[in-house]
Design a protein around this ligand. Structure first.
Ligand SMILES: Nc1ncnc2c1ncn2[C@@H]1O[C@H](COP(=O)(O)OP(=O)(O)O)[C@@H](O)[C@H]1O
Ligand SMILES: [Mg+2]
Length: 301
């Protein structure tokens, strides 16, 4: 049975033996290249998720990866706004089943494929089970042409944010030296661990003054997750606070494209490089399957 088949059956309310599921999904993954899904999340807004997600997508595409950037944040600073594009269709049309993923995708810098956010659309407030299934099915159809999917998640810890993190193989938690950002990063890790069993997190400290400050922020978060959640978070790297980032947003472009020699751009390039070198996604269980198995109660349909 292929992965999509399993997902459809589980989403349709069928219970499948856990061990068997995992084996089938793993077996299927080995037989064809699976898309690696990276979720960029934070708990708190304004820490740089969108900028990190979009620039990572671009930098990874420069390194030969075929990247899909999915804007799951219907907030104000959408990826389309940041890039100055005005897409006709968006994620909402996919969720409603009105458009295929390929029909809403717009091309961005470096040829990255962008699924624009469903800005201000009611459906995005709470995704139903039908919406989630529609998206999974569309992603399945996209598998062949993609290496990496990067999801820019919304702030907060609501059901949609959890959903997009669950779909991911790897979760990048972005935080800044701001103490409230630290508590919000801790909160999202805690919920993902306690409610969904996720134990693997990568941490990116943004807007740091220097590497020492960034590493200190990571250590403080790591001390808390070690002690209270019994899990170890991985340090992915940091970006300095760089006025060229703000300038690029003003110019509606990506900082690493407009200002490739800026400090933030060079640091982000190294992070993209490291992620590209990591061949095997560290799948925290068959994520999508687990999602459908465990959190159907979150759905409102
Ligand atoms: N490394 C940075 N240096 C300076 N400003 C930054 C940096 N990262 C983000 N910003 C600024 O912070 C604001 C929020 O960034 P954004 O990516 O929209 O955050 P989020 O998606 O987490 O809400 C933007 O105005 C952006 O220009
Ligand atoms: Mg954002």
């Amino acid at each position: 049975m292929d992965q999509a088949g399993i997902l459809r059956r589980v989403a349709g309310g069928e219970k499948i033996n856990d061990g068997m599921d995992a084996a089938s999904v793993d077996g299927d993954k080995k037989s064809r290249p699976a898309v690696r899904v990276l979720a960029v999340t934070s708990g708190k807004g304004g820490v740089g998720k969108t900028n990190v997600a979009a620039n990572l997508a671009y930098q990874m595409s420069l390194r030969g990866k075929r990247v899909l950037l999915l804007d799951a944040d219907a907030g104000l600073a959408n990826i389309d706004v940041i890039l100055g594009i005005a897409p006709e269709y968006n994620l909402c049309h996919v969720l409603r089943g009105e458009k295929a993923l390929s029909e809403v995708v717009v091309r961005g810098p470096g040829g990255i494929m962008i699924v624009p956010a469903a800005s201000g659309v009611q459906e995005m407030a709470e995704l139903s089970r039908g919406h989630k299934l529609a998206l999974i099915e569309e992603l399945e159809l996209f598998d062949e042409e993609l290496d990496i999917m990067i999801i820019d998640t919304a702030a907060g810890i609501n059901g949609n944010v959890m959903y997009f993190n669950m779909v991911a193989n790897d979760i990048i938690v972005v935080l800044s030296p701001d103490p409230t950002s630290l508590t919000d990063a801790y909160a999202i890790i805690k919920v993902l661990k306690q409610n969904y069993g996720i134990r693997d997190f990568m941490v990116l400290v943004n807007m740091a003054r220097n590497s020492e400050e960034a590493f200190n922020v990571y250590q403080r978060l790591g001390a808390a997750t070690d002690r209270f959640l019994n899990l170890t978070i991985q340090y992915l790297g940091y970006l300095v606070h760089d006025r060229m980032v703000t300038e690029s947003v003003r110019q509606q472009g990506l900082f690493s494209e407009l200002f490739p020699s800026a400090r933030a751009s060079r640091l982000l390039g190294s992070i993209a490089e490291a992620l590209c070198l990591e061949q095997t996604p560290r799948v925290h269980d068959p994520g999508m399957l687990k999602f459908f198995g465990n959190s159907v109660i979150d759905c409102n349909e």
